[in-house]
Design a protein. Structure first.
Length: 317
């Protein structure tokens, strides 16, 4: 059994995959395995992955499946992972050479979270210092998490997860969700976290490219599904009010799809009513809501009927 299992979903990434896998090969920590999940690629991604399998079959394992999406690929990897801890990487990103060592040095812990850098399409490298070095337990874990920017929490690739927590609690990525499925998974995982370590070590480079999810448009139905399951995951946490306030904007961003796609009036009203219910049932103060646009949307949902809210929030955004 390896100390770390790294799961890498692969789908039509021939342009980036070799560089990603080469970065993994350079790890200074040696007790790891890499589970490559080919999610039905139709380009040369599979051939590139097979080169690394032949080069080091003790480290790299390749699993094939028909296309099931990112969540389905990660779930397949979890079935084959044997490590004490689990990591995830995207196949178009870079894993720093010291990544596994820096993360393992922070154990034992239910969750380890590191820093990362963000490389834009134009090649600019952005460094973010969010948490730094710290050890947290009990209620302090969620108190800290509630202060993080959404991407820092949502990302799976700057984290080391306990395989026991995932297995014992039957945690999987929800294949019904196609937007921010990582965020929902992480909130469900946090329900079982009693100890967390953060490290200032930069272990990962997130490489933005024109095919990245940030450049894709999504349907209103996808946003709605995301919001429903995000709400369900957050509602189970003991500091749900703080979390709701922080992630309120994740619900509001569904409006961009609501008004740019063929969405029925009934669907719009239903979603607005659902949002009004969240606002009414949670003890969120206006000062807790980040951003002026989000504050105005929150006030609209609290004070006005659904028809008026739809118009106001559309105007705000």
């Amino acid at each position: 059994m390896a100390a770390v299992s790294l799961i890498v979903p692969i789908y039509n990434v021939e342009k980036y995959l070799e560089k990603c896998l080469q970065s993994i090969e350079k790890q200074i920590f040696d007790d790891y395995e890499v589970i490559l999940v080919d999610d039905g690629s139709i380009d040369n991604s599979r051939k590139i992955a097979e080169l690394f399998i032949r080069k080091d079959p003790s480290k790299f394992k390749l699993i094939h499946q028909e296309n099931q999406g990112l969540s389905g690929a990660r779930n397949k990897g979890l079935l084959y992972a044997t490590g004490e801890y689990i990591c995830f990487a995207d196949s178009d990103d870079i894993v720093k050479p010291h990544a596994f060592q820096a993360l393992i040095d922070c154990t034992p812990a239910d969750l380890v979270v590191s820093e990362y850098d963000y490389i834009t399409v134009s090649g600019n490298r952005i460094f973010g210092q969010v948490a730094g070095d710290g050890r947290f337990s009990g209620s302090a874990v969620l108190d800290v998490v509630a202060q993080w920017p959404w991407m820092y929490l949502a990302a799976p690739w700057n984290k080391l997860y306990s395989a026991d927590i995932i297995r014992d609690n039957h945690l999987r990525y929800d294949t019904r969700i196609t937007i921010e499925e990582d965020l929902v998974f992480n909130f469900r995982y946090l329900l079982h976290v009693h100890s967390m370590v953060t490290t200032a070590a930069v272990t990962y480079s997130y490489c933005e490219n024109t095919a990245s999810s940030v450049h894709r448009s999504h349907s209103f139905a996808s946003y709605r599904t995301r919001s429903l399951h995000l709400h369900e995951a957050i509602s189970q946490l003991p500091v749900s009010d703080k979390i709701y306030a922080k992630y309120f904007s994740r619900h509001i961003n569904a409006f961009s799809a609501m008004h740019s796609s063929d969405v029925s009036v009934e669907a719009k009203k239903e979603f607005i009513q659902w949002l009004k219910g969240i606002v009414a049932s949670n003890n969120i103060g206006i000062k807790q809501i980040p951003g002026n646009k989000n504050k105005l949307s929150y006030i609209s949902l609290k004070l006005f009927p659904a028809r008026v809210c739809t118009m106001l929030i559309s105007w705000i955004y």
